[in-house]
Design a protein around this ligand. Structure first.
Ligand code: SF4
Length: 297
């Protein structure tokens, strides 16, 4: 049996049944891909279902106001993703659905990974969309590297081409590899349970027990933390947006401080708060008129 056949056989038995799978509809695929950026699958499932009910088509989404998007995205985090998705929908309604990976990539808000995913799952091109999961599986399988890095992507891509080449279900192979990456080929992989163990160059290394698990595989991004505060600014930004979202008439900025931080000090922290609100205004997530902060219309 070919390696890709083993992976698909395992996928058919063990793969996750996710609501955005089994479709070539680029809208459904894009919504799921944008939601899955920096958010776990288990959290995305309910949001995805609710979103598809509220905005079932490109057209429905393109007509949504900023305020509607911010309400619907509430709880998922990284709210700019919702606005970017709506802006892509406007573009699609105006110019049509992109017909190639390059045309997708040309749209603001679509990076190389998302363009590859759309090309694979919607256009059915033979690709291996490389995120951390597919890098880990591909780098282990074909390069024998226990902990592959972004510099390995070019080689992973090259080897993936021959892996998917002869499979009639080539578009399911990346999905199968995602599931393998999250269930078996994890940071410390369970190679003895893996359907690919006889074909994987890294398996003998792991099975020998000699591979050391690095403590930190991905460098933590450095987050801005205001002097004396418990959390990064990102958390307070989320709280500001929540406070504004929950008040249809908005809220005055001098009341916001206490709502987002129990220890808010009017003298020391006001400039910091003003700067965070200003950044939210620049991101079109809130509007400001004098002291009043509201959702954008
Ligand atoms: S054999 Fe081990 S390292 Fe290779 S793909 Fe399977 S789980 Fe990952």
């Amino acid at each position: 049996m070919k390696p890709w056949q083993k992976l698909l056989r395992w996928f058919d038995r063990e793969g996750r049944k996710l609501p955005w799978r089994g479709t070539r509809d680029p809208y459904r695929i894009l919504v799921s891909e944008i939601m899955l950026q920096q958010t776990q699958v288990s959290r995305v499932i309910d949001f995805y279902r609710a979103w598809m009910k509220r905005f079932p088509t490109w057209n429905a989404l393109a007509k949504a106001s900023n305020a509607e998007i911010i309400h619907s995205w509430a709880g998922l985090g990284y709210n700019r993703r919702g606005l970017a998705l709506r802006d892509i929908a406007k573009h699609v309604v105006h110019d049509g659905v992109p017909k190639s990976r390059e045309a997708w990539l040309a749209l603001k808000g679509i990076g190389p990974y998302t363009a590859d995913a759309l090309a694979t799952f919607s256009l059915h091109e033979r690709r291996w969309p490389i995120d951390t999961n597919l890098r880990r599986v591909g780098g282990r399988l074909w390069l024998g590297k226990p902990y592959p890095q972004p510099v390995d992507d070019e080689r992973i891509r090259k080897y993936s081409a021959s892996f998917i080449q002869h499979s009639p279900r080539f578009y399911d192979l990346p999905q199968a590899a995602f599931d393998l990456a999250t269930s078996i080929c994890t940071k410390t992989p369970a190679c003895s349970m893996c359907p690919m163990k006889d074909d994987c160059l890294a398996a003998p290394k792991f099975l020998s027990g000699k591979v050391k698990t690095p403590k930190q595989m991905v460098k933590k991004s450095i987050e801005r933390i205001h002097h004396g505060k418990k959390f990064p600014d990102r958390i307070y930004r989320g709280r500001i947006l929540k406070a504004v979202r929950e008040r249809s008439a908005g809220i005055d900025i001098d009341r916001l401080g206490q709502i987002v931080d129990d220890a808010f000090d009017n003298k020391q922290d006001m400039v910091w708060l003003e700067q965070m609100v200003q950044r939210l205004v620049q991101d079109h997530l809130v509007s400001r008129s004098k002291q009043r902060v509201t959702l954008p219309r």
